[in-house]
Design a protein around this ligand. Structure first.
Ligand code: AHR
Length: 499
């Protein structure tokens, strides 16, 4: 059997894990909201029309924040349409749909409470600007005695909605975005919005838009311009990345996180270069507020054209297979490895649209394959991220040389337990993972959770929802500070060392 080695030392820590790296995203897009979280008349709907079966799956997944209401949608959105009793239908030019505004700001905050999460609210800096951005902060967070706070009270919420985390627009360098901007145009508007939003409520945190992708021609100079202009008034800069599977080859696909790691490092370098230039004390951290896999639905253009101005249209409903779950695991490992700088991350999205949770209108809801690694990381990847030294045999693939077969990291929980997260990228070879554990005291192997399927393309569906589900893994043995774990070929593993 092949061997890999992992060395952990209690003294070598990357830093505390911000639980918000396990965030997600709900956009007014496709069937995410309507027929997703909200379906009045469904047998599982509560008095507000929210599906309780979906809420249960969201709670179990463990998402501390949910970004809302877009995405591209937000760049034409007028927040006032989504509150009070007059809810106009609007043409949404992001997705060529009709937005009924039945679910709005109050309803979303109510849903967040029910789903045990918190809103990360995005303001429109595409077709709108600083004034409307400060107005919605006043509406949501100011106690009373002003136009917008009193409007909130009149609309039924006496207490502030208390939204702590806000995004300054979405993907503003993308030509597909309503009101897209040059870096200089965006930087000025974002900075003025940030100033005014924080003057209304100094306790909020703000995420400025980074470039909408690592491959964009704007990447780098966009970040530099935005950071240079907004540094004092923002807290985070955003990163977005979606992965496809152009060769269809598992080994090529599972190497995608090499790109993600390089992307994160590049943005850290840009943040710190501007910090150096400004002699600043504070650091800007990273909000990886859109990440996922998208390619299964491919080119839907003809179908979507025929559904122009529809509601709850089936859009981007990717059915995720087992190898997608493995890449999701590797993405989570990459986020943990960068936990000192990535403080927020959002799996885009949460329900029906490129999502871990699927529903059928009037029917059931179920967990896709990708649900499980996310749930495991959110549940067990809390506390401190350990600086794991991993030595693994490597392979070459279409885009990269030297891809480690064993992609792994570890976390230390407050109760002293240590959790190892590990993806074996080899399609054929099981590995023995030899571990050195220094300074943790006496530990035993409490649990090995395994996600494996002989078929990399296996999926979960409404009629067969348990095709790819976690099972107990083969575990291993521990003797003092030495342990050996058995890692099956092509697998996601969570190994919990407990006291
Ligand atoms: O998540 C789907 C879309 O992808 C979002 O609306 C947009 O921000 C990104 O391009």
């Amino acid at each position: 059997m092949k061997h890999a080695r992992m060395t952990l030392d209690k003294a070598f820590q990357i830093g505390p894990i911000d639980p918000r790296i396990y965030g997600s995203f709900l956009e007014h897009m496709g069937r995410a909201i309507y027929e997703g979280i909200y379906e009045p008349g469904h047998p599982a709907a509560d008095e507000q029309g929210f599906r309780t079966d979906v809420i249960r799956l969201v709670r179990d997944l463990g998402v501390p924040i949910v970004r809302y209401p877009g995405g591209n949608f937000v760049s034409g959105f007028q927040w006032e349409d989504s509150v009070g009793s007059h809810r106009p239908h609007r043409l949404d030019l992001a997705w060529f749909a009709t937005e009924p505004n039945a679910v709005g700001l109050h309803e979303f905050c109510d849903w967040c409470e029910k789903a045990q999460t918190a809103p990360m609210y995005c303001v429109n800096l595409g077709t709108r600007g600083p004034e409307q951005a400060r107005d919605v902060v006043e509406y949501a967070n100011h106690p009373s005695g002003s136009k917008f706070s009193d409007m909130r009270i009149a609309n039924g919420k006496k207490e502030p909605l208390n939204i702590k985390l806000w995004c300054l627009g979405n993907e503003m360098d993308g030509p597909w975005q309503m009101g897209s901007k040059t870096a200089q145009e965006y930087a000025r508007i974002a900075n003025e919005s940030a100033k005014m939003m924080k003057w209304v409520d100094p306790s909020i945190e703000l995420v400025a838009c980074g470039s909408s992708g690592f491959e964009m021609p704007t990447f780098g100079s966009w970040e530099w311009t935005v950071l240079d202009e907004c540094y004092d008034n923002i807290d985070y800069i955003s990163l977005h990345r979606y992965y496809g599977n152009p060769t269809g080859k598992t080994s090529d696909f599972l190497a995608r996180t090499m790109d993600m790691d390089a992307f994160i490092r590049s943005v850290i370098a840009l943040c710190d270069a501007v910090k150096g230039k400004k002699h600043a004390k504070k650091s800007i951290h990273l909000s990886f507020d859109e990440w996922n896999i998208i390619y299964h639905t491919g080119d839907q253009e003809a179908y979507l054209r025929s559904m122009r101005w529809g509601q709850a249209v089936h859009r981007a409903e990717d059915v995720y297979n087992f190898e997608d779950a493995l890449l999701t695991g590797s993405i989570l490992i990459t986020l943990l490895r960068n936990a000192d700088r990535v403080k927020i991350a959002c799996l885009a999205q949460l329900v029906n649209v490129i999502a871990p949770i699927m529903t059928r209108g009037g029917g059931g809801c179920w967990a896709q394959t990708t649900y499980y690694p996310f749930m495991h990381a959110s549940r067990y990847g809390r506390g401190a991220a350990l600086r794991a030294a991993v030595d693994s045999p490597v392979y070459d693939c279409v885009d990269y040389e030297g891809v480690p077969f064993i992609d792994a990291t570890a976390t230390l929980a407050d109760d002293g337990s240590v959790t190892v997260f590990c993806v074996n990228r080899s399609t054929t070879e099981p590995f023995a993972l030899d571990m050195d554990l220094h300074g943790f005291g006496a530990l035993r192997i409490g649990e090995h959770i395994l996600l494996h399927n002989d078929d990399a393309k296996a999926v979960n569906t409404e009629s067969a929802p348990y095709t790819v589900v976690p099972t107990p893994g083969p575990g291993g043995c521990i003797d003092g500070e030495k342990a050996t774990l058995h890692i099956p070929a092509l697998s996601w593993n969570v190994i919990r060392f407990v006291r």
